[in-house]
Write a protein that binds this ligand. Sequence first.
Ligand code: CDV
Length: 341
Amino acid sequence: MPRIIRLAAAQLGAIHNTDSRSHVVGRMLALLESAASQKVQVVLFPELAFTTFFPRYIIHDEQELEAWYEHGDVTTNAETRPLFDKAKELKIDISVGYAEATEDGRHFNSCIYFSGREGRVLSKYRKVHLPGTAEPYDDPDAVNHLEKRYFTPGDLGFQAFRVPGLEAGVPSGERGEPIFGMMICNDRRWAESWRVLGLQGVEVVFCGFNTPAFAPHTRNSLDKDPEQSERMALFHHKLVMQAHSYTNATYSVSAARSGYDDGKYKLIGGSCIVDPEGVVLAETQTLEDELIVADCDLELCRQGKGKTFAFEKHRRTEHYGRIVAQTGVIEPPRIGAHGQA
Ligand code: CDV
């Protein structure tokens, strides 16, 4: 029996340093209305969706820095609340990324899954793999990426979760409660993130992202040509979304913050919805605000989960110890001149 749900990625184009949260939320509401008019059930918004990507700036003033985070409950704060109220009104689920400040003074790059049908948060994820540096680059012309300065690595792990009530006609208990998981941007490049979700039977992975088109200091020091750099950034983004969806037999939805922030910091687009065979079902064509939609039959996950990637039949955990025992590379010893180690 098919288990079809309609999913969307809501890409957000340029957001400038001076743009208020209310302005951005206005744009998000337009995308949400458009999704609802197309009978979409779940919409993914990008990483750090409510502001510009502030980790590119070095900010010494504590008050100025704190103003970039969401303090308290993001679903009820004055400027961000309209998004969640609208999701409730339209009975549509959303996943959205934001900079979280906790009551005890910690800072995370987070996202939540908010059920508009139930009017509550069903799951929260805090980004585990933080790229970039804690200190600015020495090169004054470099674009910084200071996630390691402004955020603590996530402490919630990769927890899959059930979302009941999305599949018409499928009785609860008969696979009627899809299994979702979330990750954020750089996490998508790490097989470990996906496999931990895969081991929980994930059927849809949601991943919001902010990927600079040209970042020789952060990403690829060999790439001096901005156009080639952007092509490779897009290639690697789609490569990991497609490959890891396939090897974990799951759908994935990714949503970009894209365009030229402040008219000069370019972020890639390429928001896409990928099926469990690794096929791209929908992909954005612009660097602007744009919604893509796809009908996803979750039964298609069964093929991979039951055969090629039937983990219970084929995995050999006795050989995977290094993956959790070791962080960096330990190369094998050199073979000496006479063939001896
Ligand atoms: N926001 C990110 O995590 N961006 C990284 C860049 C810096 C490489 C990414 O993986 O796209």
